[in-house]
Design a protein around this ligand. Sequence first.
Ligand code: URA
Length: 205
Amino acid sequence: MNLTVIDHPLTRHYLTVLRDRRTTSEQFRAASRRLTYTLIHEATARAPLHQIDIETPLEPAVGYRMPGVVAIAVLRAGLGMLDAVIDLIPNVKVGFAGLQRDEETALPMEYYFRLPDLSGSVVLILEPMLATGGSLSWAVAKAKSNGAREITTLCVVAAPEGVRRMYQDHPDVRIVAAALDRELNSQFYIQPGLGDMGDRLFGTL
Ligand code: URA
């Protein structure tokens, strides 16, 4: 299973803030950003560094530089993780992936997809709620067809159903999450979860 659950105390603290129904939108956004910092360390832990020569004030030394990184935010909840990525990796290039359910056919429908050049980049896909895995699997397939090779997904909460779907469709893709929850309910919400991430981020409850 390609899932890493981060159990760092800061991750658990901010996840608790996100889960708590009393958390306001302002607190929710801040907690989402802070929790994402704790996921980025693990998500980038295998990034192939470029070795460079530098000089300290005292003598020559060997240094390292991050490779190019592309973050793809799955709309709209993925936007709640983006600020943390931009803060830690300021030269990150950003793509967006939007999928919604067609009201008439109930089939998933792409409404927005835009990627920068992915060649040679480490790709991070921001999908906070890994529920059925349908949107994430679609975003990964699109990224792969645009040339992505090293893909890691960052999730706040994952459901077993979504993790299984990802393992079936994309066994090569790593998932870094703050929690693996119990199950999906009949409405496809993760339980215990944190509710609708997009609504809580953007106050559209
Ligand atoms: N999307 C959400 O925002 N919450 C869930 O529980 C599942 C999908």
